[in-house]
Design a protein around this ligand. Sequence first.
Ligand SMILES: [Zn+2]
Length: 244
Amino acid sequence: MPDDALEIVTNYGCRVFDGEHFVYKSGMHGPAYINVDPVLYQPWALHAIGRKLAERYIPAGLHSYGIVPDVVADPAVGGISFGLMTAHAINERIDAFATNPKMREMYPEQVMHVFAEKHKDDDGNEYFAFSRTGFVGQLAGKKVLIVEDILNSGVSTSEVISLVRAAGGEVIGVSCMVSRGGATAESLGVPHFDALIDIHMVQYDAEKCPLCADGRPMVVDESLGKGKGWSQDHPDYPTRLLLK
Ligand SMILES: [Zn+2]
């Protein structure tokens, strides 16, 4: 599954690399680089990714956990497109089976989709809430799948998990397009965790970078971080281009 997902995002103009040597905007160095923004303006890409994310949560299928959510929930803004397309893909699969009356009986309602928005309290602290009309009401007593675009440390995901539980929902799993912080089902406290692309985004201070110590060539493509500027200051260090 991960290889397919990588192919999807790279076919749609996204950049995903690992095992290389980059300079990030922050000036830190690291082996991985990912930018998946291009899928956000291409509905067919989102559709394909939604279908991949749905594979675990359809009534039957090779990758299915055999549990179907009543609701897909996600943190705004990044998660919305992916959560919506995942819910849509599950509905499509249920509809495809609808000629079987038993299936229609088992899943009489469409899978809903809600998102939590970020707000600020009087002290300026940020928090998530399902603030749109009717959203919280969708969660009580329901099986809820959380969907994310890019999951880093999982802080906003954990917040949404707590919100769903506080609203009386049961979190059946977390799925994301990209995991880059090493999250697991255990670390998130949920039964299932899936990432279409799992990429370890470790970052190093430039002065203590083990990749520099190894002499791994610096990526200098202009659209892949700040390696070009760095290499101008380090003219004797080997460089490498990843894009044609
Ligand atoms: Zn380095």
